[in-house]
Design a protein around this ligand. Sequence first.
Ligand code: MCN
Length: 741
Amino acid sequence: MPMRIKGIDAETARSASGVLAVITGADLESSMQPVPCIWSLPDMKAPTRRAITLDKARFVGDIVAAVVGTTEATARDAAELVDVDYEVLPAVTDQDAAMRADAPLLHDDVPGNVAFTWELSGGDQSVFDTAEVRVPLRLVNQRLVSNFMETRGVLAQWNAATRELMVWTSTQIPHLVRLELARVLGVSENMLRVIAPEVGGGFGAKQNFYPEEMILSVLSMRLNRPVKWIEARSEHYVATTHGRAHIQDAELVGNRDGTILGLRVSARANLGAYFSMFAPAVPTGLFGLMLCGAYRTPTISCRVNGVLTNTTTVDAYRGAGRPEATHLVERLVDMFAAEIGMDPAQIRRLNFVRADQFPYTVTTGVTYDSGDYGTALDKALEMVGYARLRQEQAAARAEGRLLGIGISSFVEICGAGPSAALGGAGAGLGFWEAGTVRVLPTGKATVYTGSSAHGQGHETTFAQIAADQLGIGVEDIEVVHGDTAKVPFGIGTFASRSTAVGGTAVALSAQKVREKATKIAAHLLEAAEGDVELDGGAFRVRGAPGRSVGWTDVALQAFLAHRLPAGLEPGLEASTFFDPSNFTWPFGTHVCVTDVDPETGQVKILRYVAVDDCGTVINPMIADGQVHGGITQGLGQALYEGAEYDDGGQLLTGSMLDYVVPTSEQAPRYETMHTYTPSPVNSLGVKGIGEAGTIAASPAVVNSVVDALSHLGVRHLDMPLKPERVWRAIQDARQVGGREA
Ligand code: MCN
């Protein structure tokens, strides 16, 4: 619950045995800038956040003091001795309640608790008055906790002799952490080294600059010794950014023949008590711009309020904005189909942006690069045996069984940049990515990438990308990432951008290296450069099978520089900063088949079919792994997960005992397949795949369960579809006269 801090007595804690330091907000005032948010919107009122709060603890998880001990136990015990004189304040945790005139105010500089209002409209707005069919929906997209495998952790080590600060931190964005640390601490950036080791997953919640990174750095500098902090899982629940937390009032309008004419949405995004780094971008660009989904929807109207509440800050969580949009659109499309008695697959087909229309600028103003939505839908229906399943469903209903078939056709915005477009949308950073390829004198190669993988397998796929260009075996290519001292610069891994942007930077650098190596080979072979080709790890003269030179000889010559073409620099190394001309737009159709127990409301997933299109696939096994993990998170939201607060602002679901994360027991066997529509935006033709499963899955599951209950009169259910909620819907439907299940 929120508290005013009337005073803090840290003396007892300071004098406890083994305690090295206790600091409060006041101790940092002179030495540290507030926590930055790097996104700004017109008329936005960004609340000030200090790494250690000064005046109020605005949410459970707000830091009021930091204690350093010689052991973790010493520090934890001493933290209990920090005596804070609190005055309990009224709390508001729901965004709609926070917007009411009598709601408690979180920040004096954010009137009405509304930090921004973002609006977008396009097309003929009169359709909302004239359309034949209206489908209204109020949808709550519930708050989620990230629950990556390894919690956050920071180790800061100040070296007074060299005046260098090294910070190991579990982040997705080491270079941005370095930049922000330099800014808030006033330390020279070139004396800062940030390392993101194996971080155990991130799901977007490690794409943030956290107060702990700032506090640990200051403490290490003040104490002149290494200081370490590892987040406990219970701390993770309250202190690491949450995801989603959207309330949406929407109306889809169309004609009786199934044509979608327009969609209007008023959404309130719960941002928590402060802004985190990318928070304003998630419910605006990533949500609002995706409201056309895979459809031609000629009219759009969208308003989003970013609202502050006494809860943990909300930012990116796998999908970030797109699941909120896709879930809404795909639910509405199903409801529209039900309203006019049309098959849900048919209504999608009717409204899809057609394959011959790409590149296609949708009503929200963004341009989808390439796509073939109809083929992905057809393949998914074929795989699942749609026509036969509909017959089985009718037979099941006759026996009192509840069988549901849910379709989700999605398209997502990912592969961020381009930088200029994002700058125009409020970003305070660039969205290019850097990649360097260096061939060593022995013919082995090292790839340096600004992407910072945390479970996605870039060590494999980026080596493959370089190997394809260089003709050097993947086993001879090392991929280096996540260390600002080794990788000159980078932006980081998020928004399923690494392959499309970072991978392309690597491919372009490898291409430059190959071109230079070809010049050297031609010189060694005394052949014209145009006659030399790279084939099977050797440079050969076309049409002269005996005349070839291997990579090792070429690499050694580049290093020795004894026999180089005139004017050519020694070395075999190239760098690229790749800034794409557009995002990439992966798409697909997922189909989920469920069986709902009419007596208990328990949902069982019988089949899950996923057809994804992420353009050219670099590594099918990794891409499928990404789809599997993504779907599991999406069905976790659909069926089990949800963070809940009590009225006082206490998180009720603060551990894995109360917050259910699906395990392998809950995950069905996924049947996956790809279609391949290359992106014209990068030379590899790739689009992202890291979030696709999460974006597609929640509507596929919910559409399936609602479909199972539709003949009873159930129109919509909010997530999570816990048995009690489903059971109640069945009971309510029976009471209002639906047919017996
Ligand atoms: N890939 C491929 N062919 C393609 C596209 C991708 O083989 N056409 C491969 C890539 O080379 C990479 C992987 O698939 O090895 C994911 O690539 P990409 O879609 O570019 O996404 P990113 O690498 O940028 O990863 C970010 C994305 C996001 S935003 C979240 S959140 C997420 C995710 O990836 N969090 C993850 N996947 C995760 N996986 C794990 N294990 N842990 C997380 O925290």
